[in-house]
Structure formats: structure tokens, C-alpha cells
Design a protein around this ligand. Sequence first.
Ligand code: HEC
Length: 456
Amino acid sequence: MSDFLLFLGRFHVVVLHLPIGMVLLTAIVHWLSRSARHNSLQQVLPVLWAFTALSALVTVVLGLLHFGEGGFSGPSVNAHRLWGIGFALAVQLVWFLSVFNVVLYQRWGGLLCAALLIAVTITGHYGGNLTHDPTYLVEYAPQSIRQFAGLDERRAPVTDLALADPWHDVIAPMLQSRCGSCHNPDKQRGQLDLSSLDALLVGGESGAVVLPGNAEGSDLYKRVTLPESHENFMPAEGKTPLTQEQVQILGWWLDAGLPAETSVSALSVDEETAALLSIELGLSPVPVMVAAENYPALPEDMINQMVASGWLVRPLTRESNGLSVSINAIGQPASRDMLALLNQASASMVELNLASTGLNDDLLAVITDMPVLEILNLSNNGITDAGLDTLAGFENLQVLNLYGNSAITDGGLEKLVSLVNLETLYLWGTAVSEAGLMGLQASMVDLEIYAQALPR
Ligand code: HEC
């Protein structure tokens, strides 16, 4: 469709107010004209109906042009289109009656007015669903009305960061307010719906938009971190963007493997993230999430040596000597020598991110023992079941991300049973089966396993 038609189509959202106003006005004049005092108003009715009919027709044509722009799909779109066209046709009919069959018009006019008002309200409601996300109108409604509209109970406001659910309380509301107007079930720009975690995982027209455990590799994250002037920047069309802090939170959430149906406390977030989350949730003062457990301080030259070899080494908190280590250049493979350096720091290594570092079983085995390690990200590597033997000595491990190690099977899961402190396990993109998962869950009842993308 030509740009000019698309340009015209956008005026649908302006012009549509005309038939709404006109049908309301005409209905009022119609009812007034029934009284003896305002009888003379009957003369203007055909003119009013003519205007109403014309404005409805123009609105429908512009609406169809607007629809041609694409990006509209879902039940509300069809309903809006059908009701809108139906309304416009009905108004033409009433106009003809008012001109050519006054007797019939006098008899049925009142009823017709009422029917048209109902139809225009329904049309408007479905149209509204397209410009706002469908829950916009009733978001702050009393629970009884929300229930009637088919919405879940509104989540109680978070008062304690530790109990906040990262998806439901933080990320979902953020995406809804900044992205929801264009990425909802009814209006899926780029064929992307961000209104639920399932929909988010489905992705958009160019496939997956998130890689669990890998913010930098996620299209969703790239889109919000581009320069605002870039054509792919999101939100599009100059809509209010995410704040710097919200972008950081989104990055944290993606790196953490899209945690949902859990709590912030279960994730042992670092102090900086805790502060960001508190701000986002409107909480203060900022609670300290990580117990200031202490670890031996690593000699300066040892840290320098690690940094020089390509590791990014950060203290976990200001009070603690615990370390969080990741590769400095994302996507760079970790060499045998680099991995060997990690062993020297094992007494203080609490977090280790080895995502996309080209690991295989052999390389992983270079890391011999990590007694205090709590969080280990091994996503997007080539580790197999045999490689998981290496983890047997990581007795403090709480969070393990194996996303995208496609050779890991049920046999590998059995080796994880010895990790008694394991709380969270990410298994997207591995070859484990439903049965394997159930077996693991049966032997580790409290373990939270994330493996949504498994074929069911
Ligand atoms: C004003 C409308 C609008 C808003 C608001 C908006 N988007 Fe988009 N989005 C689009 C359009 C149009 C496309 C398709 C064109 C494109 O790919 O750039 C798109 C595409 C995308 C895609 C690519 C989907 C795919 O698979 O190709 C992602 C990811 C995305 N948006 C994320 C976001 C995020 C995150 C937000 C909120 C911060 C957001 N969008 C807000 C209009 C919008």
C-alpha cells in the first residue's frame, strides 16, 4: 500500500470521533423532536443523519486503510472491523428511512437510535483495545469489575523486596506500561506480544526475542539499548522509553535466565540490583539482600593477573570479599590458561558467568573445585552429560544455568542430584525429556526448574 494511503489511514484515529459525536447528537435531537414543543426539530433530522452516515462511511474507509498498515491481529481487530462496518451500514439505512419513509422512521426511530448507540459503543470498545492494551480500561477497576472483564486479581503492591516476583512485579508491569500499547494480544507490532511470559518466549516475526541467560544476545535488550535515533530502537515512534535503571533491571532479568514465579530473595541478587529493584518498586530504604558473609581477600596481584587474562572480576558487595567473575569480552572463548586461573580464586568465587565461552567437557574440567560458588552460568556452551561430573565438587551451588547446551540429556540430570543446595536450574535448549525432568523434580522437590521451551 502506498505511503500516502497509509498516511490517510492514520487519520482514522482522529476522524472516528466524528460519527460518535454525530450519532449521539442526532439521537438526542431525535428524542427531543418527539415532544410537541420541539416538533420542528424533525426537519433537521435527515440532514443530521446524512452527516452521521457520511462521517461513518469515511471513518470505515480510513479504518480499512489503517488496517492495511499491518501489525493488527487478534480477536479485537476482527470484532472492531465487523462492528464498525455494521454500524456504518446501519446508519446509511436509518438515513434513507428518515428521508424516504418518514412513517416507518417515526415508528422505529427511537429503537434504531438506541441500537446505533449500543453498536458505536461496542465498536469503540474494541477499537480502544487496539490502541491501549486490552486491560487498559479496567486496570484500576474494583476487583468485581476486573473479574467480570476476565482479569486476574490485581497483585498486591510489593512492600518487601525479598518477596517480589521478578516477572510479575517488576518486568511485566514495566513492559506493559512502555511496550504494551504496541505489543499486546490484539496489536502485535512485529508479531510480538509482550503481555505474558509465554507470549514473550514465543518471540516476534524474526523469531525469539530473548535468550535466557544472555541479555546482550537478546533482541529485546538490544532494541532498548540502541541509540534512541536508531530506527530499530524500542519503544518505536518516540514513545516514552525505559529509564536507564529499567534497562539495567531488564538486563539483569535476562542474564538471570528470566526468573518468574519465584522471589527476589531466592535469587540472591547483588546489592546494586537490589537497589535498582527497590527504586523500581517504589520501596525504600534499600534493604541489603546479600548477607555480608565473608570470604578470604584475594591478593591484588592475583586479581590483576585474572583481569589481564580477560576476566572481569567484581566484588559482590562493598562489605564482602566474595567475587563475581565473568568473561570481559562477551562471546570470547575462555582458554585453558584462563580457566586455570579461576582455581586460585575458588575460595572467594561466589558467582561465575561462563556463558558463551566455548566450553566443552574437557575445558570445564580445568575448573577443579569451587567450594563457595553459589551461582554458575554455563549457558550456550558445548557441555555434555559427562562434563557435569565436574560440578560434583561445587557443593554450595544454588543456581545453575545450562541453557543452550544441546547435548545434555536425562543422564546428565542424574549427576546434579548430589548438589544438595541447588535451588534453581535452567534447562532451556537442552535435550532433557519430560520424564527426565519429572525424575529430577521427584528427587529434588524444592528445586525450581525452568524448561518452558521443552517440546510437550
Ligand atoms: C509505538 C509502537 C511501539 C511501541 C510502544 C513498542 N514497539 Fe516494539 N515494535 C514496534 C513495531 C512497529 C515493530 C516492528 C518493526 C520493527 O521490527 O522494528 C516492533 C518490533 C519489536 C521487536 C522485534 C520483533 C521481531 O521479532 O521482529 C522487539 C523485540 C520489540 N519491538 C520490543 C519492544 C519493546 C521492548 C518495547 C518497549 C520498551 C516496544 N517494543 C515498544 C512498535 C512498537
